[in-house]
Design a protein around this ligand. Structure first.
Ligand code: PEP
Length: 248
């Protein structure tokens, strides 16, 4: 039985003081022992958020990291730095990073492996454009992303990780994939993991849906057999996030 996981992706929102205020506002609303709750926050908010959620059920996540340990990589943050600051999860390969910052699968594969090496749990994002969906190549594209990003990653590691299916056309657009579309791709990802590894690994890996998840659609999405929670952008910045976490 996989435990649901609901992660907020705050993106480039919330100054450190706003971040602490949001943690205080959400504190009682996100209490749910049946769900793992994660706030993936901007790098500058990690330390104050880690302090603000201490003693609660919330884990801190990062939105990105670099694969090198240290050195002359101006502006980058290492996995070791994140771990030392109390981070447990890290989003890797969000479509905004793939698109605006030209992060390719070779780089993302290095990041995934480094995250595991350092003791972080990657939340690996994948998803198709509207054009790809309309061309009928959604699953081919996603299988390519998953296979490329997991080169050299072991079955035991995959069992611990999170994969987020995020159709790009549904992110920040208010346009959610239908429950059937979301379940179909999440199941397709699980089938791909079964082919790459084995049935036990596919059964263990947690697969989230992301793309305009809100308090009104979370329950139906999360009730699907292959959807183990959500990666939530816009709705993670307000009290509604509590309703998503407590979706039942
Ligand atoms: C996201 O950024 O991962 C996301 C799913 O955003 P939104 O929920 O706003 O569509």
């Amino acid at each position: 039985m996989r435990k649901k996981i609901v992660a907020g992706n705050w993106k480039m929102n919330m100054t450190p003081s706003q971040a602490v205020a949001l943690c205080d506002e959400l504190k009682d609303l996100v209490k749910n022992d049946e769900v793992d709750v994660v706030y993936c926050v901007p790098a500058i908010d990690i330390v104050p958020v880690a302090e603000a959620v201490k003693g609660t059920n919330v884990c801190v996540g990062a939105e990105n990291m670099y694969f090198e340990e240290k050195g002359a990589y101006t502006g980058e943050i290492s996995a070791e730095m994140l771990v030392d600051a109390g981070v447990k999860y890290v989003i890797i390969g969000h479509s905004e990073r793939r698109d605006y910052f030209k992060e390719d699968d070779e780089l993302l594969n290095k990041k995934v492996k480094k995250a595991f090496y350092a003791g972080l749990t990657p939340i690996l994002c994948c998803g198709e454009t509207l054009e790809q969906r309309e061309m009928g190549v959604t699953m081919d594209w996603i299988r390519l992303q998953i296979k490329s990003d997991l080169v050299g990653v072991t079955a035991d590691q995959v069992k611990e990780m999170v994969i987020a299916y995020e159709p790009i056309w549904a992110i920040g657009t208010g346009k959610t994939a239908t429950t059937e579309q979301a379940e179909e791709v999440c199941k397709g990802i699980r089938d791909c993991i079964a082919e790459m590894y084995d049935a036990a690994t596919a059964e263990a890996v947690r697969i989230q849906y992301g793309g305009s998840v809100n308090a009104g659609n979370a329950a139906e999405l999360f009730a699907q057999p292959d959807i183990d929670g959500g990666l939530v952008g816009g709705a993670s910045l307000k009290a509604d996030f509590g309703k998503i976490v407590c979706y039942k």
